[in-house]
Design a protein around this ligand. Structure first.
Ligand code: EPU
Length: 443
């Protein structure tokens, strides 16, 4: 049985919704609790698939995870951490990429880790070579085993001088989660500095870690012998907030996103303003709306923070398909994040994807056969169609295109959207979307 969303388009989304803790921080803060010797409390936890996956994985390893029925806050107690069987770990890992981040904390807690082959969104190869190299530099022994990898550290993890070839979010988190309790000092050069990483550093500092974020993407960590628990409120999900902002533009709507935080979204806000989106920045959130009239095209390149986030790109491309003129988007973080434009073209959008770098940001994909630049001409009327959700942000983009389109769309595979958008069908209903959720036997 799978869920099917029927979308009757053409209704502007209007109303108020709220975003809670960031998908790209909460599961990692849960993993950090494993490093402590006393319970931690995490607040502002969204009900999303990645949180379920990490809850199961932690429970399998003997960590008690208790959810407060009223607030949804999680209390995580790692005091009885233990080994788990590789088949059980495999069964619970789902298609998340978070399990790789359990390596350092599990080695500190129980001396070894088994990580099943990973999933995650289909937006390129998504290798884990940076992670494994980092672990080896800490002195870990990485062995390929059937269905995954086994990691151990016969002499414990040792601080190291590590230089990342690209400011990877996950590899930076791998270093932080491994180095805080490693012996000696770790210096990380070429670190990612996304707000979610700074929030993870805040979590670790509350636990007793000594971490300095220096200039030029350098982070210095002085290993400590033990860490305690934390009480932390997760920073809000800026990617979900930006997705709803694009939904407001695409559907000519008006959405107040409670919890959207200006400080973490400055680059997005500048771009939204240049397209001609309307905005009121309030203390408790941001109102995003289509002010009427034409939207302006623009030239855009995705980049690591503080650049324009790759996760904002896909929903914004739908908005650009409705702007008056030609826009160019150069994706420099993932080699294959324009696959979703094929369905948009079927719906009537005018988008060509190219192998060449159409921008000046240095990028690893030029001349390597990856279609990573897009030229979008608008405005193009959209019509409803059959859609099978390809990945998290691509799926949300298809959905907002369907909401703006004339006619009816049938969207399958919407469970993928639950990985990162909390109760999104309830939110659509609250915004006045004309949608029905049903289940199909898939025959
Ligand atoms: N990369 C490698 N080798 C590695 C790791 C990464 O080559 O071992 C490459 C990737 O293939 C990619 C680039 O480095 O081309 C950046 O990847 P990064 O490690 O920064 O991404 P991630 O940690 O796997 C997180 C988010 C993504 C978000 C990126 C970039 C989580 C769970 N995921 O992924 O979120 O796009 O950072 O900001 O935090 C999403 O929310 O839709 C999403 C995909």
């Amino acid at each position: 049985m799978s869920s099917v969303l029927t979308v009757r388009g053409g209704v502007p989304l209007a109303g108020r919704i709220s975003v809670r803790g960031a998908k790209n921080l909460v599961p990692k803060a849960m993993v950090a609790a494993l490093l402590g010797n006393s319970p931690s409390v995490l607040r502002n936890v969204p009900e999303i698939k990645d949180v379920e996956v990490v809850t199961s994985l932690l429970q399998l390893h003997g960590v008690s995870v208790v959810k407060d029925a009223d607030t949804g806050d999680l209390t995580l107690d790692p005091q009885h951490a233990t080994t788990a069987s590789s088949s059980e770990i495999d069964a619970h890992a789902g298609d998340s990429r978070i399990p790789i981040l359990l390596c350092g904390p599990l080695i500190h807690a129980i001396g070894e880790a088994f990580i099943p082959d990973l999933g995650g969104c289909k937006i390129g190869d998504r290798p884990i070579d940076f992670h494994l190299n980092v672990l080896r530099q800490f002195g870990a022994v990485v062995e390929k085993r059937p269905g995954g990898i086994h990691i151990s550290a016969p002499r414990g993890l040792q601080g190291a001088k590590i230089s990342l070839p690209y400011p990877s979010v996950g590899a930076t988190e791998q270093v932080l989660l491994s180095a805080t309790r490693a012996e000696g000092i770790t210096e990380l050069i070429g670190a990612a500095v996304e707000p979610e990483i700074i929030d993870l550093i805040a979590v670790l500092q509350k636990m007793g870690a000594i971490i300095n974020v220096q200039s030029e993407r350098t982070i210095r960590i002085e290993g400590v012998k033990s860490l305690g628990g934390y009480v932390h409120r997760a920073l809000p999900d800026r990617n979900e907030a930006a997705s709803w902002a694009s939904a407001a533009l695409v559907t000519r709507g008006d959405i107040f996103v409670q919890g959207a935080a200006q400080r973490d979204m400055m680059t997005f806000i500048n771009t939204f303003r240049k397209i001609g989106g309307g905005m009121d920045i309030e203390e408790d959130g941001i109102r995003f709306y289509h002010p009427g009239g034409k939207l302006s095209p623009l030239v855009l390149e995705t980049d690591v923070h503080p650049g324009f986030m790759t996760d904002w790109q896909q929903p914004l491309v739908v908005a650009l398909s409705q702007a008056d003129g030609v826009s160019i988007v150069h994706e420099t973080v993932y080699e294959n994040r324009f696959g979703f434009t094929e369905a948009l073209s079927r719906m009537g959008a005018n988008i060509q994807v190219h192998r060449e770098c159409l921008g000046s940001t240095p990028c690893r994909f030029g001349q390597r056969n990856f279609r990573h630049s897009a030229v979008i001409s608008g405005p193009a009327p959209l019509r409803g169609t059959e859609i099978d959700v390809p990945d998290l942000r691509g799926g949300f983009s298809h959905l907002i295109a369907a909401l703006a389109a004339t006619g009816t769309s049938r969207v399958t595979g919407i469970d993928v959207i639950n990985r990162g958008y909390e109760r999104f069908t309830d939110k659509l209903a609250a915004l006045g979307a004309d949608v029905d959720l049903s289940t199909s036997s898939g025959v």
